[in-house]
Design a protein around this ligand. Structure first.
Ligand code: NAD
Length: 313
């Protein structure tokens, strides 16, 4: 098939693009490089720099495309509290622009990278797709708004749409920006550097960490499975891990101790979050294959950021 991946130079996008070309598909990537790095893309992927909110640019890159993966977004919960307008512009505005351009060009199918953050605080775990969303941050609001635009406009324009609520993905290629860094690579870097780490809250808050190859398998399946159309589907590991447990596993893999300091809980986070995968199994035949300890070992082996000779804190 011929795919366009918006935000395809980012962490999930590069892995997805490289997987799709390796399995015989044609892939174009559109990314403004506000956070992405196209140098990690397979040479067979056609890369263009551009903003997903620019409809004429989209018209060009959507020609002959059969399915779009819409990943372009601003992605940090804590940063979204500081810059809600920018998050709304990119994450909601970009989704609306894309859907309008798909209508204009006649591209039939779209898979949205939505987020487990839309669930927010829930009365029970694991969370399933029938639960009422309870977004607790501007980022989560942009993702639930994007889902609503996705299904509303797809119905009006006759598009085939799938929304994937992706949980905490980690793996090789995930950037560690100086602020708002994702926890898995940050913890590993600190452990390897022999440094200390600040945990916000009690450390008993839990998340569902999914290894990138599993996430990519779920995303690829969603684009190729007709039964996924019009569906919202969780893509997670189904494993619940507290932050304290994550620290324990990271230090075991790194073979180094981490000194852990605690601070006040941050706004926008939730106390527990783990995926119910019944629907993903039924609709996509999705079954995660790599557990957290295995995934952390793979991350350490495969990601040059964690080369022991080069890691500095
Ligand atoms: P990422 O920041 O690595 O990738 C996002 C990409 O979008 C970046 O390459 C960035 O340059 C690009 N981008 C941002 N604004 C753009 C714009 N206006 N026009 C074009 N490109 C733009 O993040 P990621 O972790 O790879 O996330 C990809 C998608 O998956 C996002 O939509 C995110 O919300 C979603 N998601 C990710 C996770 C996760 O754990 N990584 C979990 C849930 C959902």
């Amino acid at each position: 098939m011929r795919f366009l991946i918006t935000g395809g130079a980012g962490f999930l996008g590069v892995a997805l693009a490289n997987h799709l070309v390796a399995t015989g598909h044609h892939v174009r990537v559109l990314d403004d490089l506000s956070a992405g790095d196209p140098s990690r893309l397979d040479g067979r992927v056609l890369f263009s720099r551009g903003d997903v909110r620019n409809v004429p640019v989209l018209w060009t890159h959507l020609q002959d495309v059969e399915c779009v993966f819409h990943l372009a977004a601003r992605v940090a919960v804590s940063e979204s509290i500081l810059y809600p307008q920018e998050y709304n512009d990119v994450n909601v505005g970009g989704t609306v622009a894309l859907l309008a351009a798909m209508r204009d060009v006649g591209v039939p199918r779209v898979v949205l990278a939505s987020s487990a953050t839309v669930y927010g605080e829930q009365p029970s775990q694991p969370v399933h797709e029938g639960m009422r969303p309870n977004p607790g941050s501007p980022y989560a609001v942009t993702k639930i708004a994007a889902e609503h635009y996705l299904f509303t406009l797809s119905k009006l324009y006759g598009l085939q749409a799938v929304a994937l609520r992706i949980f905490n993905a980690y793996g090789p290629g995930q950037r560690i920006p100086p602020a708002h860094a994702p926890v898995v690579p940050l913890f590993l870097k600190r452990a390897l550097g022999g440094g200390s780490l600040v945990i916000h809250g009690s450390g008993r808050q839990s998340r569902d960490f999914i290894y990138i190859d599993d996430a990519v398998r779920g995303m690829a399946a969603a684009s190729l499975t007709d039964a996924a159309v019009d569906q919202i589907i969780n893509i997670g590991s189904g494993e619940e891990t507290t932050l304290k447990d994550l620290v324990r596993r990271v230090t075991a893999v790194a073979g180094r101790e981490l000194s852990v300091l605690t601070n006040d809980a941050q706004n926008g986070g939730v106390s527990r979050l783990v995926a119910d995968l019944v629907k993903a199994r039924q609709v996509l035949g999705f079954q995660p294959q790599i557990n957290l300890s295995e995934g952390l070992k793979l991350l350490l082996e495969k990601d040059p950021q964690f080369d022991r000779k080069r890691v500095v804190i």
